[in-house]
Design a protein around this ligand. Structure first.
Ligand SMILES: *[C@@H]1O[C@H](CO)[C@@H](O)[C@H](O)[C@H]1NC(C)=O
Ligand SMILES: *[C@@H]1O[C@H](CO)[C@@H](O)[C@H](O)[C@H]1NC(C)=O
Ligand SMILES: *[C@@H]1O[C@H](CO)[C@@H](O)[C@H](O)[C@H]1NC(C)=O
Ligand SMILES: *[C@@H]1O[C@H](CO)[C@@H](O)[C@H](O)[C@H]1NC(C)=O
Ligand SMILES: *[C@@H]1O[C@H](CO)[C@@H](O)[C@H](O)[C@H]1NC(C)=O
Ligand SMILES: *[C@@H]1O[C@H](CO)[C@@H](O)[C@H](O)[C@H]1NC(C)=O
Length: 774
């Protein structure tokens, strides 16, 4: 193979090449604010209309009636387990292919406010079938088997061909054909080419130290770009992408301080850069000159693995190696592992072997414990992205390079539930985004769902993720199994209760596919044990309806604020900041005090148990309901008893939130909203755009709403640094004197064309049943 470099082999440490301090980007991708909003949906006929539903029904009905849409064993499936029978039937494969190309992608667009998939309002029992993987070896639809199957895998014994990380050669060879036959792979491939072309003319990512997260954004941007450049090179054989990757590598190996370039004091930065260099080294292995290879390898060793070994003994850089079941452990071990696997065999220092001797076991003892027994990620729903990306990258790299994940995927027997956690935490507008949100998501996505779908044989995970806006990137091209078919919502229960004591919470909705649907999620759980990324927020909730978030979260404070991460003890400075204290949550405040950090709530719940069917148009039966009650007494002082309940009312058209509480101090009900609030006694009218939500106090009589700004009470202790303002946010309040109450608040979204609202009877939480409010 011949190729030319525009620049010859520039040394990695050529600082002159750092002509890179120009502001980012001549295009409109914004490096500092993360993803651009996806482009407006293209006008024009979708494939739905072009091909016509009737034709489709005939095509797929054949497959279904013939009983040939198979299913791999799906006993860990998120919903009902997969379809019937199985078998390697060529007819099934060809039906599946024609169905795929006739349908195109299920989601027809992304909504402009929240980038959520918009599904067509269609009943299509032929296309929207039970989630399954079609059993076939047809090369137009299925990956070939990996020829590398070592009998006794070892983390330091790697396959002999390149690439070895995540995307082995046999997958690159199969990919073009799969792309031609799969609308998702085809669309993602286009997007990756588009993204790589957008990065191409930009100067290499500049070294910008952000006090809060060091050079993490820099490392992740470099990783995102290198993945895209290497991908496009391998798909085109055009060496201009290799040259562009080289300039990015050179820059990132020369910027920063002389010795500790990748910022070991904030080890995520080292880990992500090491992963970026590892991928570039491995995916472009065949085209690098030996001089270039040496330089990339040396950078991995000098700025990455050396510090990785130091982390074993130097706790100031390696604190994440002990008792950290959060994203740090996954990302740090993952990056070091990828860097080490990339150079294993070429490294004569022995460091790569040494690193692999510690990272795998360390990740199994820490990272793998990220999900609790119910799948909830230990930190927050947003930190799930960082943790699972690190975990999936590390597991996938070990599997492809050495033939085993060594238990990383299943040593925690409940890890497979973490995809379920993500799906239920995703509301029709956005996440139940309690606690801290974390840094920008360069190179971090929810695409671990695609890897987990295959690892845990849970097709729902892939079917859910493939329609999301963050799906297109190189990992997806190799993690997605194109034999997956069906609709994730078909058979998926509307409600789920997560019962692990660390994060008890509930998710209830009226539909999985209607972007206007009703969604409420509420949490109890412990106020400690979340890597100090939580808020003091037992009883906190979010509520979506009519395509809008009505009750929402304030998100992270400033990570640089003094004391922000000091501890999760009761007297931590963290709890002085408005967004972290109980006052800043959608829950009850008693005597203006923070909740107890030692809270240990208990919960009970029931649901009528509806699951959505095949259609995207789901009509909830009038009797459909669910409720969840948390005893939150342990979270409060001055409170002899307190339970908070939430339930769906009137066939999931309304929501009731009820607090049965006895206090010896004044209490306040609080909810943060972006709406304009207009109050008339016990009724509040909330308006966002052209949508309206009525909120009514049903009990106690005489109680009225108030409203105020989203800021600390003047009498609160002062935090070390000013709070962030919360522009546009109003707090809806109800003030009550010390006493004993059944405080009942009813939410009536003013759905278009709907007026039959119910006023439910008043029932103490102890008397709630599935029929108590009919
Ligand atoms: C990649 O391209 C898509 C489509 O143009 C765009 O929506 C997305 O923001 C780009 N992603 C990145 C990370 O630049
Ligand atoms: C991938 O996308 C690029 C850009 O749209 C296109 O030129 C190429 O043909 C695609 N690859 C395949 C295998 O279809
Ligand atoms: C790139 O080169 C490889 C190895 O020679 C070859 O197998 C592949 O088909 C080529 N791809 C393209 C798009 O030319
Ligand atoms: C530990 O690592 C930090 C960050 O790299 C460094 O500043 C410090 O000197 C190291 N401590 C020891 C004892 O090596
Ligand atoms: C919901 O989807 C419909 C198309 O089905 C679209 O017209 C509407 O704007 C979407 N609503 C929101 C809030 O995005
Ligand atoms: C206000 O809207 C923004 C943007 O959609 C959202 O991130 C935030 O959570 C909302 N805040 C509240 C309190 O609903």
């Amino acid at each position: 193979m011949t190729h030319s470099y525009d620049s010859g082999s520039r040394p990695l440490t050529d600082v002159n090449y750092q002509a890179a301090n120009a502001p980012y980007g001549s295009n409109n991708y914004n490096e500092s604010t993360g993803y651009l909003p996806p482009q407006k949906p293209k006008k024009g006929l979708s494939n739905w209309i072009k091909f016509g539903i009737p034709v489709l029904i005939i095509v797929i009905a054949g497959a279904v009636v013939g009983g040939i849409v198979g299913s791999k064993k799906s006993n860990k499936s998120a919903a009902a387990s997969g379809g019937s029978g199985g078998g390697n039937n060529p007819g099934a494969a060809s039906s599946a292919i024609s169905a795929k190309s006739a349908i195109g992608r299920f989601a027809t667009a992304t909504d402009t406010n929240y980038f959520m998939p918009v599904y067509p309002s269609t009943t299509n029992t032929a296309a929207f079938t039970t989630p399954t993987f079609v059993q076939t070896t047809n090369a137009n639809i299925a990956w070939p088997a990996d020829p590398f199957k070592p009998a006794n895998p070892s983390p330091t014994t790697v396959r002999t061909d390149r690439p070895r990380l995540i995307a082995p050669a046999y997958k690159w060879a199969a990919l073009p054909n799969l792309i031609k036959n799969d609308p998702y792979l085809s669309g993602w491939n286009d997007t990756i080419f588009g993204n790589a072309s957008a990065y191409y003319p930009m100067p290499p990512v500049a070294y910008v130290v952000d006090g809060a997260s060091g050079i993490l954004d820099v490392s992740r941007s470099v990783k995102m770009r290198l993945k895209a450049f290497a991908y496009v090179y391998r798909m085109t054989n055009d060496t201009k992408w290799v040259d562009r990757a080289w300039s990015e590598l050179q820059n990132a190996a020369s910027f920063g301080p002389s010795d500790d370039k990748w910022n070991s004091g904030h080890f995520l930065d080292v880990a992500e850069m090491t992963a970026a260099f590892g991928i570039a080294y491995d995916w472009l292995y065949d085209v690098w000159t030996s001089d270039q290879k040496n330089q990339i390898k040396q950078a991995i060793l000098t700025y990455g693995l050396t510090f990785g070994l130091n982390a074993q003994t130097n706790t100031s850089i390696g604190w994440w190696t002990t008792n950290v079941n959060g994203n740090w452990n996954c990302v740090c071990n993952g990056g070091l592992t990828i860097g080490a696997l990339a150079i294993l065999g070429d490294d004569t220092s022995g460091m790569a072997t040494q690193i692999l001797g510690v990272t795998v076991d360390n990740a199994k003892a820490n990272c793998a414990l990220g999900p609790s027994t119910d799948g909830t990620w230990s930190e927050t729903a947003n930190y799930w992205y960082f943790g699972t990306t690190g975990h999936a990258e590390m597991s996938s790299a070990l599997l492809t390079a050495t033939g085993s994940h060594y238990g990383l995927v299943d040593t925690n027997q409940n890890f497979h539930l973490t995809g379920l956690f993500h799906m239920y935490a995703t509301g029709p507008t956005s996440l139940f985004n309690y606690g801290d949100h974390g840094p920008n998501k360069y190179s971090t996505t929810a695409n671990a769902m695609l890897f987990y779908a295959e690892q845990y044989q849970t097709p729902e995970y892939a079917l859910f993720q493939r329609d999301q806006h963050d799906a297109p990137e190189p990992w997806s091209m190799f993690w997605y199994d194109p034999t997956v078919s069906g609709a994730f919502w078909n058979g998926l229960p509307l409600d789920h209760f997560f019962d692990d004591g660390l994060d008890q919470w509930t998710s209830m909705r009226s539909s999985w596919t209607d972007n206007d649907s009703l969604y409420v999620a509420m949490k109890a759980g412990k106020n400690q044990g979340h890597q100090t990324h939580n808020d003091l927020d037992c009883g906190d909730f979010v509520l979506d309806a009519m395509g809008t978030r009505w009750a929402g979260e304030l998100g992270s404070g400033d990570y640089l604020s003094p004391g922000y991460f000091s501890s999760d003890a009761q007297d931590s400075q963290r709890w002085l900041y408005y967004r972290k204290r109980t006052e800043g949550q959608n829950t009850i405040l008693v005597n203006k005090q923070n909740q107890n950090v030692g809270a240990a709530p208990t919960v009970k719940h029931e649901t009528t148990g509806e699951a959505q069917g095949s259609s995207t148009v789901y009509q909830d039966p009038g009797t459909s309901t669910a409720y969840w009650i948390a005893d939150l007494s342990s979270a409060y002082a001055d409170t002899s008893s307190f339970s908070r309940g939430v339930r769906m009312i009137n066939g999931r058209k309304q929501v009731l939130i009820q607090d049965d509480i006895t206090t010896t101090s004044a209490l306040q009900w609080r909810m943060h909203t972006n709406a304009t609030v207009s109050i008339n006694g016990a009724t509040a009218t909330l308006t966002i755009g052209s949508d309206t939500m009525q909120v009514q106090i049903l009990s106690p009589s005489g109680a009225t709403f108030g409203q105020g700004p989203a800021q600390r009470d003047a009498a609160d202790p002062t935090p070390p640094e000013a709070d962030q303002p919360n522009p546009g946010v109003t707090v809806l309040t109800i003030d009550l004197a010390a006493g004993n109450y059944n405080l009942e608040v009813l939410f009536n979204p003013q759905w278009s064309g709907f007026s039959s609202f119910k006023t439910p009877p008043s029932v103490p939480l102890s008397g709630w049943t599935l029929t108590s409010h009919d």
